[in-house]
Design a protein around this ligand. Structure first.
Ligand code: MBD
Ligand code: FE
Length: 279
């Protein structure tokens, strides 16, 4: 990865990730007070325990307060929460699932992107940097029936680390690909590069302050949908790539690693199937 390319900035990503989240979710106010007391109580106890254990000072308390204010003002709560905590929620949710393994959604999903029929090429610029790559596979049910009407919603960062809508050009490298009658899909894109979360915002500064890197391994995001079936939210990674064992978002799994190979015409190709469970 070169450092001469522009990298995502807090301003490009934080506020738009907050806006995207707010557009998609409303608090329903329906939480059970006993559940709030149990979970929030345990979180508070955990924080108090850490402060006691490490004898936190007033200077550190004030630094933390200033930093938390900045997380809110920069709009980085979606980024921070998805980097540090979403993987735990996803692991819990996955315990009762029988479908192909998935992983976290992250802060950069956008609904209602360009719809394309397989075989499809994701919207990209004429000079889009990155090696061309085909991702192909089949969507099936638990009992091995091909799922006609399945769709694969894909998004990824460009080579400079920008997601469209969050600093990158609108609609770039995002698309909803409709599988064929046999549940098969074939998607041409560019092989993603490792992704560094913004280093100029409070999340990036916290990582730097702790001496931790801000990188995620190269990844493609996907949501796979099939009629009458539960969605799979996933990401696919690349064998041999950097940061597979030190993802800042802790979201890699061995089942999610592709090994693309060059086909007869030299284009990289990777195969990956999805098995969905009934809704
Ligand atoms: C990403 O690109 C991402 O996928 C996650 C989970 C968090 C931050 C940036
Ligand atoms: Fe991502």
């Amino acid at each position: 990865m070169t450092t001469t390319q522009p990298t995502p900035t807090a301003a490009d990503t934080g506020a738009s990730a907050s806006a995207a989240f707010k557009a998609a979710h409303q608090a329903d106010g329906g939480a059970d007070p006993a559940r709030v007391a149990a979970v929030v109580g345990a979180v508070l106890d955990g924080v108090r325990g850490a402060l006691r254990e490490h004898k936190a000072s007033y200077a550190e308390y004030s630094a933390a307060k200033a930093w938390l204010i900045e997380v809110g003002e920069s709009g980085e709560w979606p980024l921070l929460l998805d980097v540090f905590f979403e993987h735990v929620i996803e692991e819990i949710a996955a315990e009762e699932r029988r479908c192909t393994k998935g992983t976290i959604l992250g802060p950069f999903y956008l609904p209602d992107q360009t719809r394309l029929s397989s075989p499809a090429t994701l919207p990209m610029r004429a000079d889009e940097p990155g090696e061309r790559m085909v991702l192909a596979g089949q969507v099936r049910s638990l009992d091995s029936r091909p799922l006609a009407g399945a769709e694969v919603d894909v998004w990824q960062a460009d080579a400079a680390g920008f997601y469209s809508g969050f600093g990158g050009p609108e609609g770039n490298l995002r698309g909803v690909v409709l599988a064929d009658a046999d549940g098969r899909f074939e998607i041409t894109t560019v092989k993603p590069a490792p992704y560094q979360i913004p280093t100029d915002g409070p999340t990036g500064r916290l990582l730097a302050a702790a001496g931790w890197h801000a990188w995620r391994p190269a990844h493609l995001h996907l949501i796979v949908r099939g009629p009458g079936h539960r969605d799979i939210v996933s990401q696919l990674f690349f064998a041999g790539g950097d940061f597979l064992d030190s993802d800042v978002a802790s979201a890699t799994k061995p089942e999610l690693i592709l090994t693309p190979a060059a086909g007869p015409d030299g284009t990289l190709r990777a195969e990956y199937d999805f098995v969905l469970e009934p809704a």
